[in-house]
Design a protein around this ligand. Structure first.
Ligand SMILES: Nc1ncnc2c1ncn2[C@@H]1O[C@H](COP(=O)(O)OP(=O)(O)O)[C@@H](O)[C@H]1O
Ligand SMILES: [Mg+2]
Length: 244
């Protein structure tokens, strides 16, 4: 199996006396499209923040694109994140008054690329999400669905292998939400590994793999690659597993 993009082993996260994530094991292979689904407060965003290296676990091992996060300084972690992960959030996070093209191009501000090239790449990304006709629109001139597509263009600008979307349709009507999900499918088909966090079971059910979270625990995983040998200790096959 190719090196997994995300590996979590025994990951826990506590906030004071709240156990937001308990003993999570999850392996996400390159090129997967999956949903992490669960009710509000179940630990989904906590898991996304840990997979996205925005937060460190209280216990357990996190490996992103083969790198053990525990061994990296904050600076190295930022570099890994910048080169590997795109983020999409429920609330779009677009600055008011900034045209779509600039919002997206600013994603490459620290990439060392000249301004003209940043804008060319941004335009290409906006065309890719179907917004070639909205390059100079500001957020208040865009619909919710269009705003989210700008945010997705910004997230995939540098072609990150991993896209993490936290409730990407949470602020959208169902039609715009469907367009966004369709777009995530297209990105997946083009080779990006896409993780969609949602509390919406209908959306989760349309994706090839569903990981259900409840009270900070993974209670069901409909699929995924074979466990990585590097992570899972050898153990005897118990009859229940043998018959699967
Ligand atoms: N920064 C934080 N400080 C304290 N508690 C938090 C923090 N982030 C999340 N929690 C708590 O952890 C639990 C899981 O939260 P979260 O991961 O945001 O759930 P979800 O995204 O599934 O709604 C909740 O009980 C929440 O209140
Ligand atoms: Mg959340």
């Amino acid at each position: 199996m190719a090196r997994p993009v995300v590996e979590l082993a025994g990951v826990c996260k506590t906030y004071g006396d709240v156990a937001a994530l308990r003993d999570a094991d999850l392996v996400i292979g390159r090129g997967e499209l999956l949903a992490i689904v669960g009710p509000s407060g179940s630990g989904k965003s906590t898991m996304l923040n840990i997979m996205g290296t925005l937060d460190r676990p209280s216990a357990g091992m996190v490996r992103i694109d083969g790198h053990d996060v525990a061994g990296l300084s904050d600076r190295e972690l930022s570099a890994l994140r910048a080169g590997t992960i795109g983020f999409v959030f429920q609330q779009f996070h677009l600055s008011s008054g900034v045209p779509a093209l600039d919002s997206v191009a600013d994603g490459l501000l620290y990439s060392g690329r000249p301004r003209g090239e940043r804008r060319r790449l941004a335009e290409r990304a906006l065309r890719r999400v179907g917004l070639g006709h909205r390059l100079h629109h500001q957020p208040h001139q865009l619909s919710g669905g269009e705003k989210q597509r700008v945010a997705i263009a910004r997230a995939v600008l540098g072609d990150p292998p991993l896209l993490l979307a936290d409730e990407p349709t949470g602020a959208l009507d169902s039609r715009s939400g469907a367009v966004v999900i369709e777009l995530l499918h297209e990105l997946h088909e083009a080779g990006t590994t896409v993780v969609v966090i949602t509390h919406d079971r209908d959306i989760a059910a349309t994706l090839p793999r569903e990981v259900r979270v409840k009270d900070g625990r993974i209670e069901h995983d409909s699929g995924g690659p074979a466990p990585s040998r590097s992570l899972v200790p050898e153990r005897a096959v118990v009859p229940e597993e043998a018959v699967r």
